[in-house]
Design a protein around this ligand. Structure first.
Ligand SMILES: [Zn+2]
Length: 301
């Protein structure tokens, strides 16, 4: 089964980093583990409190500025942890609006997100939205572990928007719809890493399940994902690996053309699938080629 295999690979990778002294559990933030994956990148592993999978927050440090990619479940003092890892000024970017990547936004003053995910993120910005994620008696957390709610500013950006970290390091917003309408990656041209959120993971990209109301419904589809991958496949020479929002880090760039092939084959024959998986009461069909895999349903082709 695809997910089990990739999860096993991810666990082995994390164990290796622990063995190499590149991982630690911060004293003031015992709810997470920090991994120094490559120089200038810290990946913070946040345990899922219930809904959503264990999620990554990445901190990219450039010569003059830094960037926080996603804010996880918002458990504990994430902001304090970030500021203990870098003293540089930083921005915060959300790869998409889902709660497992944005609930920690309340700890920051402003966040960037792709324009098509602005409205659903605004709807999540309420005092009670986060509580649905945290069980009263969770395995790792309880409600008292989530910091108090505070509104924050959301700045929408479009494809091609660029953040400058100094020293010739730029992060370019790459629109990758499918999982959500405004799913977006950050392409680090200097470190040659694509921070891809849930848009492209080593585990299947989920393109099924309920949608938020509002505009951009056509972008929650395999078609939209296919079109974005077609553009990205022409640019795989610009990055070596992907750092997604879940599971294995350093997914090789060959996943991009393989994921494109997966989408083409789904659209050519949606009835033929390699696997099935269930999530949040819904079932997705899974197609897989190499690293590429997509979980889809016929409602969202
Ligand atoms: Zn996620």
């Amino acid at each position: 089964m695809i997910i089990e295999r990739q999860t096993m690979m991810a666990l082995q990778q994390l164990h290796r980093l622990w063995a190499d002294g590149k991982a630690w559990r911060p004293k003031d933030y015992p709810l997470a583990e920090v991994f120094e994956t490559v120089p200038g990148v810290y990946s913070i592993f946040g345990r899922s409190p219930g809904a959503g999978g264990d999620a990554w927050t990445h901190l990219i440090i450039g010569e003059e500025r830094a960037m926080v990619v996603d804010t996880g479940f918002g458990i504990g003092d994430l902001r304090g942890l970030i500021e203990s890892l870098t003293d540089k000024p930083y921005d915060v970017f959300n790869t998409h609006f889902h709660g497992d990547h944005t609930m920690g936004n309340v700890q920051f003053d402003r966040v960037y997100i792709h324009r098509y995910d602005l409205e659903p993120l605004q709807k999540l910005m309420t005092p009670t939205a986060r509580e649905g994620f945290v069980p009263d008696e969770g395995e790792f957390y309880t409600l008292k572990d989530i910091p108090p709610f505070k509104p924050y500013e959301i700045l929408p950006v479009d494809e091609g928007y660029t953040f400058d970290l100094g020293g010739g390091e730029t992060l370019e917003v790459v629109h990758l719809p499918g999982h959500t309408a405004g799913g977006a990656a950050l392409l680090d041209h200097k470190k040659r890493i694509l921070f891809s959120g849930d848009a492209i993971c080593g585990t299947p990209t989920f393109i099924f399940g309920a949608l938020p109301e509002g505009e951009y419904q056509d972008y929650y589809t395999v078609h939209a994902f296919r079109d974005a991958l077609e553009k990205l496949a022409k640019r795989v020479g610009e990055f070596d690996v992907l750092y997604p929002g879940h599971n294995y880090l350093g997914v090789p760039n060959e996943i991009v053309p393989q994921e494109l092939q997966v989408c083409e084959s789904i659209l050519a024959n949606p009835d033929q699938y390699d696997d099935m998986l269930g999530s949040i009461g819904r079932t997705g069909m899974v197609r897989q080629i190499g690293w590429g895999s997509v979980a889809y349903s016929k409602e969202r082709l």
